[in-house]
Write a protein that binds this ligand. Structure first.
Ligand code: SF4
Ligand code: MG
Length: 318
Protein backbone atom coordinates (compact mmCIF):
# COMPACT_ATOMS: atom_id res chain seq x y z
CA UNK A 1 0.00 0.00 0.00
CA UNK A 2 3.00 2.25 -0.54
CA UNK A 3 2.10 4.34 -3.57
CA UNK A 4 4.62 5.47 -6.12
CA UNK A 5 4.13 7.50 -9.28
CA UNK A 6 7.08 8.18 -11.54
CA UNK A 7 6.69 10.36 -14.60
CA UNK A 8 9.22 10.06 -17.40
CA UNK A 9 10.75 13.46 -18.04
CA UNK A 10 11.29 14.21 -21.76
CA UNK A 11 14.87 13.50 -22.72
CA UNK A 12 16.89 16.66 -22.84
CA UNK A 13 19.71 17.09 -25.32
CA UNK A 14 22.27 17.71 -22.61
CA UNK A 15 21.50 14.52 -20.74
CA UNK A 16 22.03 11.00 -21.93
CA UNK A 17 19.99 9.41 -19.22
CA UNK A 18 16.23 9.35 -19.20
CA UNK A 19 15.11 11.07 -16.05
CA UNK A 20 12.23 10.04 -13.87
CA UNK A 21 10.24 12.53 -11.91
CA UNK A 22 9.34 10.95 -8.62
CA UNK A 23 6.08 12.81 -8.18
CA UNK A 24 4.92 10.48 -5.46
CA UNK A 25 7.51 8.28 -3.83
CA UNK A 26 6.38 5.49 -1.55
CA UNK A 27 3.53 7.39 0.06
CA UNK A 28 1.43 5.25 2.40
CA UNK A 29 -1.59 6.32 4.41
CA UNK A 30 -5.14 5.31 5.29
CA UNK A 31 -8.24 7.44 5.29
CA UNK A 32 -11.05 6.34 7.59
CA UNK A 33 -14.66 6.35 6.44
CA UNK A 34 -16.35 9.65 7.29
CA UNK A 35 -13.05 11.40 7.83
CA UNK A 36 -11.68 14.59 6.28
CA UNK A 37 -8.02 13.92 5.58
CA UNK A 38 -6.12 17.06 4.59
CA UNK A 39 -3.08 16.94 2.34
CA UNK A 40 -0.78 19.94 2.47
CA UNK A 41 2.57 20.94 0.99
CA UNK A 42 4.19 23.39 -1.39
CA UNK A 43 3.37 23.18 -5.10
CA UNK A 44 5.04 20.25 -6.81
CA UNK A 45 5.20 18.14 -3.64
CA UNK A 46 2.99 15.45 -5.16
CA UNK A 47 -0.30 16.15 -3.40
CA UNK A 48 -2.34 16.54 -6.62
CA UNK A 49 -0.76 13.41 -8.07
CA UNK A 50 -1.70 11.55 -4.89
CA UNK A 51 -5.31 12.74 -5.30
CA UNK A 52 -5.34 11.71 -8.96
CA UNK A 53 -3.97 8.29 -8.01
CA UNK A 54 -6.81 7.82 -5.54
CA UNK A 55 -9.45 8.56 -8.21
CA UNK A 56 -7.32 6.62 -10.74
CA UNK A 57 -7.07 9.53 -13.16
CA UNK A 58 -3.44 8.39 -13.26
CA UNK A 59 -2.18 4.88 -12.57
CA UNK A 60 0.54 4.19 -10.05
CA UNK A 61 3.87 2.87 -11.34
CA UNK A 62 4.34 1.02 -8.07
CA UNK A 63 2.47 0.12 -4.93
CA UNK A 64 -1.12 -0.80 -4.23
CA UNK A 65 -4.31 1.05 -3.60
CA UNK A 66 -7.07 -0.35 -1.40
CA UNK A 67 -10.65 0.87 -1.30
CA UNK A 68 -12.90 -0.58 1.36
CA UNK A 69 -10.44 -3.40 1.87
CA UNK A 70 -10.21 -4.30 -1.82
CA UNK A 71 -7.11 -3.93 -3.95
CA UNK A 72 -8.39 -1.78 -6.80
CA UNK A 73 -5.96 -3.19 -9.35
CA UNK A 74 -7.79 -6.52 -8.93
CA UNK A 75 -11.29 -5.17 -9.62
CA UNK A 76 -13.31 -6.30 -12.63
CA UNK A 77 -14.51 -3.73 -15.20
CA UNK A 78 -17.97 -3.71 -13.62
CA UNK A 79 -16.54 -3.18 -10.14
CA UNK A 80 -14.28 -0.44 -11.51
CA UNK A 81 -17.32 1.31 -12.97
CA UNK A 82 -19.10 1.40 -9.63
CA UNK A 83 -15.86 2.52 -7.99
CA UNK A 84 -15.75 5.42 -10.46
CA UNK A 85 -19.20 6.36 -9.26
CA UNK A 86 -18.17 6.08 -5.62
CA UNK A 87 -15.05 8.22 -5.90
CA UNK A 88 -15.28 11.73 -7.34
CA UNK A 89 -12.95 14.71 -7.66
CA UNK A 90 -13.45 18.48 -7.43
CA UNK A 91 -10.79 20.60 -9.14
CA UNK A 92 -9.34 24.02 -8.41
CA UNK A 93 -10.65 25.75 -11.50
CA UNK A 94 -14.21 24.72 -12.29
CA UNK A 95 -14.16 27.07 -15.28
CA UNK A 96 -11.71 24.90 -17.16
CA UNK A 97 -13.48 21.70 -16.14
CA UNK A 98 -17.00 22.92 -17.10
CA UNK A 99 -17.83 22.76 -20.81
CA UNK A 100 -18.54 26.43 -21.76
CA UNK A 101 -20.98 25.44 -24.53
CA UNK A 102 -23.22 23.37 -22.30
CA UNK A 103 -25.79 24.46 -19.76
CA UNK A 104 -25.30 23.69 -16.07
CA UNK A 105 -28.26 21.30 -16.32
CA UNK A 106 -26.59 19.36 -19.15
CA UNK A 107 -23.24 19.29 -17.30
CA UNK A 108 -24.90 17.83 -14.20
CA UNK A 109 -27.11 15.39 -16.12
CA UNK A 110 -24.33 13.93 -18.29
CA UNK A 111 -22.71 11.74 -15.59
CA UNK A 112 -26.17 10.34 -14.77
CA UNK A 113 -26.68 9.43 -18.45
CA UNK A 114 -23.22 7.82 -18.63
CA UNK A 115 -24.00 5.71 -15.57
CA UNK A 116 -27.54 4.98 -16.89
CA UNK A 117 -29.28 6.39 -13.88
CA UNK A 118 -33.02 7.10 -14.11
CA UNK A 119 -35.12 8.42 -16.97
CA UNK A 120 -35.07 11.99 -18.21
CA UNK A 121 -37.60 13.12 -15.62
CA UNK A 122 -35.92 11.57 -12.61
CA UNK A 123 -32.52 12.82 -13.78
CA UNK A 124 -33.84 16.38 -13.98
CA UNK A 125 -35.17 15.96 -10.47
CA UNK A 126 -31.76 14.79 -9.20
CA UNK A 127 -30.11 17.79 -10.92
CA UNK A 128 -32.57 20.26 -9.34
CA UNK A 129 -32.14 18.70 -5.88
CA UNK A 130 -28.35 18.69 -6.16
CA UNK A 131 -28.32 22.35 -7.20
CA UNK A 132 -30.38 23.17 -4.12
CA UNK A 133 -28.01 21.21 -1.91
CA UNK A 134 -25.05 23.30 -3.09
CA UNK A 135 -27.02 26.50 -2.49
CA UNK A 136 -28.05 27.30 -6.05
CA UNK A 137 -31.61 27.83 -7.30
CA UNK A 138 -32.72 24.99 -9.65
CA UNK A 139 -33.21 27.65 -12.37
CA UNK A 140 -29.40 27.67 -12.68
CA UNK A 141 -29.82 24.49 -14.75
CA UNK A 142 -30.62 26.73 -17.72
CA UNK A 143 -27.52 28.89 -17.36
CA UNK A 144 -24.05 28.65 -18.90
CA UNK A 145 -20.76 28.57 -16.93
CA UNK A 146 -19.73 32.09 -18.09
CA UNK A 147 -22.89 33.54 -16.53
CA UNK A 148 -21.74 32.41 -13.08
CA UNK A 149 -19.34 33.90 -10.52
CA UNK A 150 -16.25 31.97 -9.40
CA UNK A 151 -17.99 30.85 -6.22
CA UNK A 152 -21.13 29.75 -8.11
CA UNK A 153 -18.99 27.81 -10.59
CA UNK A 154 -17.28 26.02 -7.72
CA UNK A 155 -20.74 25.15 -6.34
CA UNK A 156 -21.52 23.62 -9.76
CA UNK A 157 -18.19 21.76 -9.64
CA UNK A 158 -19.21 20.33 -6.26
CA UNK A 159 -22.71 19.51 -7.58
CA UNK A 160 -21.11 17.65 -10.52
CA UNK A 161 -19.15 15.54 -8.04
CA UNK A 162 -22.28 14.91 -5.95
CA UNK A 163 -24.86 13.86 -8.57
CA UNK A 164 -23.59 10.28 -8.60
CA UNK A 165 -23.94 10.08 -4.78
CA UNK A 166 -20.28 9.22 -4.16
CA UNK A 167 -18.87 8.14 -0.80
CA UNK A 168 -15.39 9.56 -1.23
CA UNK A 169 -14.42 12.90 -2.82
CA UNK A 170 -10.96 14.24 -3.59
CA UNK A 171 -11.04 18.02 -3.32
CA UNK A 172 -7.99 19.54 -4.99
CA UNK A 173 -7.34 23.23 -4.22
CA UNK A 174 -11.08 23.80 -4.60
CA UNK A 175 -11.09 27.14 -2.79
CA UNK A 176 -7.63 28.43 -3.72
CA UNK A 177 -8.81 30.63 -6.60
CA UNK A 178 -11.63 32.23 -4.61
CA UNK A 179 -11.85 35.41 -2.50
CA UNK A 180 -11.47 34.82 1.22
CA UNK A 181 -15.17 35.44 1.98
CA UNK A 182 -16.29 33.08 -0.79
CA UNK A 183 -13.66 30.57 0.39
CA UNK A 184 -15.25 30.27 3.81
CA UNK A 185 -18.75 29.87 2.27
CA UNK A 186 -17.51 26.99 0.10
CA UNK A 187 -15.58 25.42 3.01
CA UNK A 188 -18.69 25.53 5.17
CA UNK A 189 -20.76 24.06 2.34
CA UNK A 190 -18.25 21.20 1.97
CA UNK A 191 -18.31 20.55 5.70
CA UNK A 192 -22.12 20.61 5.79
CA UNK A 193 -22.37 18.19 2.83
CA UNK A 194 -19.80 15.90 4.42
CA UNK A 195 -21.83 15.70 7.63
CA UNK A 196 -25.24 15.36 5.94
CA UNK A 197 -24.14 12.68 3.50
CA UNK A 198 -21.53 10.95 5.65
CA UNK A 199 -18.88 11.61 3.01
CA UNK A 200 -15.14 11.01 3.22
CA UNK A 201 -12.81 13.67 1.79
CA UNK A 202 -9.21 13.91 0.76
CA UNK A 203 -8.84 17.68 1.00
CA UNK A 204 -5.77 18.97 -0.85
CA UNK A 205 -4.44 22.51 -0.43
CA UNK A 206 -1.16 24.39 -0.21
CA UNK A 207 -2.85 26.55 2.43
CA UNK A 208 -2.29 25.08 5.87
CA UNK A 209 -4.86 27.44 7.42
CA UNK A 210 -7.61 26.09 5.19
CA UNK A 211 -6.51 22.47 5.61
CA UNK A 212 -6.38 22.74 9.40
CA UNK A 213 -9.81 24.38 9.50
CA UNK A 214 -11.60 21.60 7.63
CA UNK A 215 -9.59 18.44 8.40
CA UNK A 216 -9.65 15.79 11.12
CA UNK A 217 -6.13 14.68 10.27
CA UNK A 218 -3.47 16.28 8.09
CA UNK A 219 -0.79 14.66 5.94
CA UNK A 220 2.18 16.84 5.05
CA UNK A 221 4.05 16.10 1.82
CA UNK A 222 7.51 17.20 0.81
CA UNK A 223 9.14 16.25 -2.52
CA UNK A 224 6.81 13.32 -3.14
CA UNK A 225 7.03 11.88 0.37
CA UNK A 226 4.72 12.01 3.35
CA UNK A 227 6.78 13.61 6.13
CA UNK A 228 4.13 13.84 8.84
CA UNK A 229 0.56 12.79 9.61
CA UNK A 230 -1.00 14.46 12.64
CA UNK A 231 -4.39 14.84 14.27
CA UNK A 232 -5.85 18.34 14.25
CA UNK A 233 -7.01 20.28 17.28
CA UNK A 234 -7.40 19.20 20.90
CA UNK A 235 -7.21 15.50 20.01
CA UNK A 236 -3.66 15.95 18.66
CA UNK A 237 -0.33 16.90 20.19
CA UNK A 238 0.62 19.47 17.53
CA UNK A 239 2.94 19.05 14.55
CA UNK A 240 6.55 18.00 15.16
CA UNK A 241 8.34 17.78 11.82
CA UNK A 242 10.60 20.80 11.18
CA UNK A 243 8.97 21.28 7.76
CA UNK A 244 5.43 21.29 9.16
CA UNK A 245 6.51 23.68 11.90
CA UNK A 246 8.05 25.94 9.28
CA UNK A 247 4.76 25.91 7.36
CA UNK A 248 2.94 26.86 10.57
CA UNK A 249 5.45 29.60 11.43
CA UNK A 250 4.54 31.41 8.24
CA UNK A 251 0.96 31.67 9.51
CA UNK A 252 0.43 34.54 11.92
CA UNK A 253 -1.68 33.89 15.06
CA UNK A 254 -0.71 30.27 15.37
CA UNK A 255 0.45 29.42 18.86
CA UNK A 256 3.42 27.13 18.52
CA UNK A 257 4.32 24.92 21.42
CA UNK A 258 7.90 24.70 20.22
CA UNK A 259 10.47 27.10 18.83
CA UNK A 260 9.92 28.70 15.46
CA UNK A 261 11.44 27.15 12.39
CA UNK A 262 12.05 29.34 9.40
CA UNK A 263 12.10 27.96 5.88
CA UNK A 264 15.21 28.78 3.92
CA UNK A 265 15.86 28.33 0.23
CA UNK A 266 13.81 26.96 -2.63
CA UNK A 267 12.18 23.57 -3.00
CA UNK A 268 14.81 21.35 -4.69
CA UNK A 269 14.02 19.66 -8.00
CA UNK A 270 11.98 16.47 -7.59
CA UNK A 271 13.96 15.01 -10.52
CA UNK A 272 17.14 15.10 -8.46
CA UNK A 273 15.93 15.07 -4.86
CA UNK A 274 18.66 15.58 -2.24
CA UNK A 275 20.06 12.44 -0.62
CA UNK A 276 19.38 11.51 2.99
CA UNK A 277 16.43 13.43 4.35
CA UNK A 278 15.15 15.37 1.29
CA UNK A 279 14.43 18.34 3.55
CA UNK A 280 18.00 18.62 4.88
CA UNK A 281 19.20 21.51 2.64
CA UNK A 282 16.44 23.69 4.11
CA UNK A 283 16.29 22.30 7.62
CA UNK A 284 17.87 24.41 10.39
CA UNK A 285 18.09 21.32 12.61
CA UNK A 286 19.87 19.05 10.10
CA UNK A 287 22.79 16.93 11.32
CA UNK A 288 25.38 14.86 9.45
CA UNK A 289 23.10 11.84 9.71
CA UNK A 290 20.33 13.76 7.91
CA UNK A 291 22.57 14.34 4.88
CA UNK A 292 23.19 10.60 4.49
CA UNK A 293 20.27 8.61 5.86
CA UNK A 294 16.64 9.11 4.90
CA UNK A 295 14.30 8.96 7.90
CA UNK A 296 11.19 6.80 7.75
CA UNK A 297 7.66 7.70 8.66
CA UNK A 298 7.24 6.35 12.20
CA UNK A 299 4.51 6.44 14.77
CA UNK A 300 5.41 8.78 17.65
CA UNK A 301 2.02 8.88 19.39
CA UNK A 302 -1.58 7.81 18.75
CA UNK A 303 -2.68 9.39 15.45
CA UNK A 304 0.75 10.89 14.88
CA UNK A 305 3.50 9.79 12.47
CA UNK A 306 6.70 11.71 11.75
CA UNK A 307 9.56 11.14 9.33
CA UNK A 308 12.50 12.84 11.06
CA UNK A 309 15.62 11.55 12.85
CA UNK A 310 14.94 13.91 15.75
CA UNK A 311 11.96 11.82 16.82
CA UNK A 312 13.40 8.36 16.31
CA UNK A 313 15.29 7.81 19.56
CA UNK A 314 12.41 8.67 21.83
CA UNK A 315 10.42 6.03 19.99
CA UNK A 316 13.13 3.36 20.14
CA UNK A 317 13.43 3.41 23.94
CA UNK A 318 10.08 2.42 25.43
FE1 SF4 B 1 15.63 18.10 9.55
FE2 SF4 B 1 17.12 15.92 9.86
FE3 SF4 B 1 14.59 15.89 10.63
FE4 SF4 B 1 15.23 15.91 8.04
S1 SF4 B 1 15.67 14.28 9.49
S2 SF4 B 1 13.67 17.13 9.03
S3 SF4 B 1 17.01 17.24 8.04
S4 SF4 B 1 16.22 17.16 11.48
MG1 MG C 1 -1.77 20.89 -7.36
Amino acid sequence: SSLTKHYPVPRQKLFEKRHMLRAVDGVSFRIAEGEIFGLVGESGCGKSTTGQLLVQLVKQTGGELFYQGRNISELSDGEMKSLRRDIQIVFQDPYSSLNPKKTIGWILEEPLIIHRIGDKRSRRKIVAETLEQVGLDPSYAGRYPHELSGGQRQRVGIAAALVLTPRFIVIDEAVSALDVSVQSQILNLLKELQQKRGLTYLFISHDLNVVEYISDRVGVMYLGKMVEIFTVGEAGDGPLHPYTRALFSSIPDVKMKRERVTLQGEVPSPIHPPGGCAFHPRCPLATDKCRVTAPELRRVAAGHEVSCHLYEEANDTP
